[in-house]
Design a protein around this ligand. Structure first.
Ligand SMILES: C[S@@+](CC[C@H](N)C(=O)[O-])C[C@H]1O[C@@H](n2cnc3c(N)ncnc32)[C@H](O)[C@@H]1O
Length: 292
């Protein structure tokens, strides 16, 4: 099965502090375990914690990392709970933390998950089956809230019209194709493809509280980094990257972290040609100061 192709893999391996081959590392977004397996293969003694919110991905990654069970523990959980997990395991500090944000290829291409406007499925979009779906969130949403989501998370063309139509039709909307038809009916043809992408992405970010999770997750991870520990973040959306950039900038100014790449790292043309999904990726790295 083609679950997901890890993005910026060479760069992740370069910046994750793996050469010391000691201490604890955490992959906060395990997905198909592409990055995680590569890090496990690159080391012999270092121990790994993996967090994954999506139960399908969690099960898949658990199978793939089985040969490394003695030094790799996976948890099906939201990465905002990293601190609780580390406390339970009595782990004091992390040598490296990875966030590879967004969704996996598997999630996007599984119709039943409702993430894609190209595949007909229930409008769920929830990463965890224990969290409310888009349909459940729409039941209680106000019109102005939906419009704000489309504007702020998606910069959606005609966000007012689309938002008010979603609000009016929310009881009849059941599937991704229903939502697609709605967007189609109010978007000028030349903006349609981009707008579909933006509407679906904005609603997904809302359903999963992705930006709030990211702010909390970064704070928890940075709190648990040991001196000289590294945090590597790959983002795919301007809202995510802004949060990473601002968090890192504030910590840099207060002398808590060093910025290891002043210019963000982007995938090469070769990587984008081989994996189109990599095209929007941006990687930032911070290193905790020894005297922070
Ligand atoms: C881009 S994929 C990661 C792919 C992975 N690096 C690989 O190489 O296969 C992002 C993953 O993060 C998970 N995820 C998103 N938000 C999360 C959260 N708050 N807590 C834990 N996992 C999350 C998604 O379910 C998805 O599987």
């Amino acid at each position: 099965m083609h679950f997901h192709q890890p993005v910026l893999l060479v760069e992740v391996l370069r910046f994750m502090n793996l050469e010391k081959d000691r201490g604890y590392f955490c992959d906060c977004t395990v997905g198909g375990a592409g990055h995680l397996l590569a890090m496990l293969k690159r080391t012999e003694r270092a121990k790994f914690i993996g967090l994954e919110w999506d139960e399908d991905a969690f099960e898949y990654a658990k199978d793939r990392t089985e040969p490394y069970r003695d030094r790799c523990l996976l948890f099906e959980d939201n990465f905002i709970n990293l601190g609780l997990i580390l406390n339970k395991l009595k782990i004091k500090g992390l040598t490296g933390v990875l966030f590879d944000l967004g969704v996996s290829y598997f999630q996007l291409t599984t119709a039943a998950r409702g993430f894609s406007f190209g595949r007909d499925g229930q409008l769920s979009m929830a990463m965890s089956s224990k969290s409310p779906s888009l349909l459940q969130k729409l039941e209680y949403a106000q019109q102005h809230e939906i419009i704000k989501v489309l504007r702020e998370y998606g910069d959606v063309h005609s966000c007012r019209r689309i938002g008010s139509e979603i609000y009016k039709q929310r009881k009849a909307l059941k599937t991704t194709l229903d939502l697609r038809r709605l967007v189609d009916s109010v978007t000028p043809k030349r903006f349609l493809k981009k707008n579909l992408h933006k509407v679906f992405q904005a609603l997904r970010i809302w359903v999963n509280d992705e930006l709030e999770n990211l702010k909390l997750g970064l704070t928890v991870a940075l709190d648990h980094l040991e001196p000289s520990g590294r945090i590597v973040v790959i983002s795919y959306h301007s809202g995510e990257d802004r949060i990473v950039k601002n968090t890192f900038r504030d910590l840099y100014r207060s002398g808590k972290i060093l910025l290891l790449n002043k210019k963000i790292l982007r995938p090469s043309e070769d990587e984008i040609r081989a994996n189109h999904r990599a095209r929007s990726a941006k990687l930032r790295v911070g290193e905790k100061c020894v005297l922070s």
